[in-house]
Design a protein around this ligand. Structure first.
Ligand code: AMP
Length: 192
């Protein structure tokens, strides 16, 4: 199995790259943001609770996203591997992911981090919001809050994988295809 954590701040291009990577490497894409938006669109109890936090740019509780990921891993027993997008976003989530995979005799093979300066993130998110209609991409204050949540709670997750020798940083500014090639090179190294 090949398990990749695709990491980076909101607007780094994780979703765009994941779409291409799942096809190229035959992996299952697990985005906690997408899973939560699906809960919201179905107006589930979980979705209603998550919406209140997401509309304020705040992370939802660890146990909620860990439970969703656990379910999705179980639902894909024959997957060749997973791309984790937007997860783990906190150290407890990273520890939980290690435990979930270890219980299946699997592990995270590597973290690939898309590095993008903050000003570019703000611009990308605002232009994405015009197309996608995502409420959290349309409000500059909310975008700022999400970047702060990232810096405070998610940035330490990079160190967690760096300490395990699993971190690879990629320049996330440039053409989509060019960035895809850089990520693919890193994945090929992990498979070698
Ligand atoms: P995203 O689509 O990854 O940008 O996520 C949108 C929103 O969903 C975030 O601002 C959080 O409120 C919530 N969210 C997504 N993934 C997670 C996660 N792993 N942990 C906590 N909250 C999350």
């Amino acid at each position: 199995m090949l398990n990749i954590v695709l990491y980076g701040p909101p607007g780094a291009g994780k979703g765009t790259q994941s779409e291409k990577l799942v096809k190229a490497f035959n992996l299952v894409h697990l985005s906690t943001g997408d899973l939560l938006r699906d809960e919201i669109s179905r107006a589930t109890e979980l979705g209603l609770k998550a919406k209140a936090l997401m509309d304020n740019g705040i992370l939802v509780p660890d146990e909620v996203v860990i439970g969703m990921i656990d379910n999705k891993i179980s639902a894909n027993p024959s997957a060749g591997g997973f791309i984790f997008d937007g997860f783990p976003r906190t150290i407890p989530q990273a520890e939980a992911l290690d435990a979930l995979l270890a219980s299946r005799n699997e592990k995270v093979n590597g973290m690939i981090a898309l590095e993008v300066p903050e000003q570019i993130l703000r611009e990308r998110l605002l232009s994405r919001g015009k197309i996608s209609g995502r409420p959290d991409d349309q409000n500059p204050e909310l975008i700022q809050k999400r970047i702060e949540e990232y810096q405070n709670k998610t940035a330490p997750v990079a160190g967690y994988y760096r300490n395990q020798g699993k971190y690879a940083g990629i320049d996330g500014v440039g053409e989509i295809e060019e960035i895809f090639n850089l990520i693919s090179q890193e994945i090929n190294k992990l498979q070698a």
